[in-house]
Design a binder for this molecule. Structure first.
Ligand code: NAG
Ligand code: NAG
Ligand code: NAG
Ligand code: NAG
Ligand code: NAG
Ligand code: NAG
Length: 405
């Protein structure tokens, strides 16, 4: 399968005196066949995350063909650089699924096996500690990492950088299945590289398939946020108390509207996930949205909402209320750029939506009822604060944009 990873190697800030470090992210670009599977993979992932219980011996992993955001992480000394998916819904960091793990004198086996299970199969490997280089000034001497020896389904990337809460690693090791693994964020704080256990995410949406106008594809900031990448102040949203969503970076939406239709009427929990492509809504919520767009229907070929071009001019903003503030996805944010249609397996005459259903899953009282994925995070800067147990959002230059009819 042909694929390529567009990587930017510019380092934005390496000043040892600054308390935060921003590093560029690259969009992982798969070919059409990969893209085509990803809406369904996203739904399978959401279904899996919902089912996870406290004692499950599995953590969610990323699926085949995610068009994701990746960061270059060095492992070993001298480091070998791997393209790792930035994942806020898992906490294990592992490599070996693309570029094989290159062991150096700093690579130490822990005599633990690591098992990462997901909808499409499971990944198994050995857990090591090794030197991990996130940026020249962010070098963790002994970070626990997995060397995954089964590459099924993950051949586009080399592995995952787990930015989710540490408890998600519970049950992934054996024989020590009762221990959790310190994440890269835990270790950055423990070793004094950053003061605050906060990271910030900036994703820039492509306005077209060949868009090279944006200087940055994205940026990941360790230790805080980078206020030059967003406008105004962050709105902080407490992590939800609703299980199972509270195990992740989960938040409560108190209202969601589409034009004058109420899509989500009451307080409902969902996750903020950097590696789900779409914005996903529980089926009953999604039906309200879909039925409000004339002629819209699910397209089995792409797994995406297909919207007649004639309906676009009647489309309305999809507004989420979080912590009493409205975060709006304008019409452009609800549509894939038209020239990406064929890449996603669609036809040129139609438009395809960035909002999708779970399939077979209505909202129930205690649950995980929406996913704010990449298509949301490409419009709002996000910040993940483990100390304050909260997620922040702020507007960017991409929050509102014009759309092509
Ligand atoms: C924040 O991002 C800007 C724009 O990309 C960059 O120039 C700057 O160095 C970053 N700041 C920090 C503290 O990393
Ligand atoms: C992968 O790692 C597991 C756990 O250590 C081991 O049982 C298995 O034999 C390994 N498979 C291969 C192909 O090396
Ligand atoms: C946002 O737009 C303003 C005005 O055009 C510009 O000065 C600023 O650099 C832009 N910010 C980013 C992160 O691109
Ligand atoms: C951001 O917060 C600061 C301090 O709370 C306040 O002074 C400022 O007015 C706020 N800015 C905006 C744009 O809301
Ligand atoms: C909903 O909005 C549409 C226009 O967007 C308007 O025509 C219609 O009257 C509104 N319905 C209600 C119940 O307000
Ligand atoms: C949705 O958000 C947009 C942009 O902030 C705003 O103009 C519109 O009035 C909001 N609609 C509703 C129903 O809240």
């Amino acid at each position: 399968m042909k694929s390529f990873v567009a990587l930017s190697v510019i380092l934005l800030a390496t000043s040892a005196s600054s308390s935060t470090t921003s590093i560029p992210l690259a969009k992982l670009q798969g070919t059409g066949a990969y893209l085509k599977g990803s809406p369904d993979a996203g739904r399978a992932r959401a279904a899996f995350l919902r089912r996870r219980t406290d004692n499950a011996n599995t953590v969610p992993a990323t699926y085949k063909g995610y068009p994701s955001y990746v960061t270059k992480v060095g492992i070993g000394n001298p480091p070998t650089y791997y393209n790792l998916i930035v994942d806020t819904a898992s906490a294990n960091t592992f490599c070996g699924t693309g570029t094989p793990y290159v062991r150096t004198s700093t690579s130490a086996p822990t005599n633990e096996n690591v098992h990462v299970n997901h909808e499409g199969g499971s990944f198994t490997g050995q857990e090591y500690t090794d030197q991990v280089t996130l940026a020249p000034n962010l070098v963790i001497a002994k970070q626990s990492i997995g060397d995954v020896n089964s590459s099924a389904g993950l051949d586009l990337t080399d592995g995952t950088l787990g930015l989710g809460p540490r408890d998600l690693t519970l049950g992934t090791l054996s024989p020590d299945s009762y221990v959790t693994i310190p994440t890269v964020m835990n270790n950055l704080v423990l070793h004094g590289h950053i003061q605050n256990e906060i990271f910030g995410i900036y994703f820039a949406p492509p306005s077209s398939n060949d868009d090279t106008s944006e200087y940055l594809d994205g940026a990941l900031t360790y230790g805080g946020t980078n206020s030059s990448l967003y406008k105004g102040n962050l709105t902080w949203v407490p992590v939800t108390k609703t299980l199972p969503t509270s195990r992740y970076w989960g938040v409560d939406v108190t209202l969601c509207t589409y034009g004058n239709h109420t899509v989500i009427p009451t307080k409902t929990a969902g996750i903020v996930d950097t590696s789900t492509t779409l914005v996903l809504l529980a089926d009953n919520f999604f039906s309200i949205y879909k039925n409000a767009i004339q002629g819209a229907s699910m397209d089995p070929n792409t797994g995406l909402l297909e919207i007649p071009r004639s309906s676009i001019k009647h489309m309305r903003p999809l507004n989420f209320t979080l912590a009493d503030r409205v975060f709006s996805l304008d019409v452009a944010a609800q549509l894939f750029p038209a020239d990406q249609n064929t890449a996603w397996g669609g036809v040129p005459e139609k438009r395809y939506g960035t909002v999708g259903p779970f399939f077979g899953k209505n909202s129930v009282v205690e649950d995980l009822d929406f996913v704010l994925g990449m298509k949301f995070l490409e419009r709002y800067y996000s910040a993940f604060d483990a100390d304050g147990n909260r997620v922040g959002f702020a507007q960017t230059n991409h929050t509102f944009s014009t759309y092509e009819g």
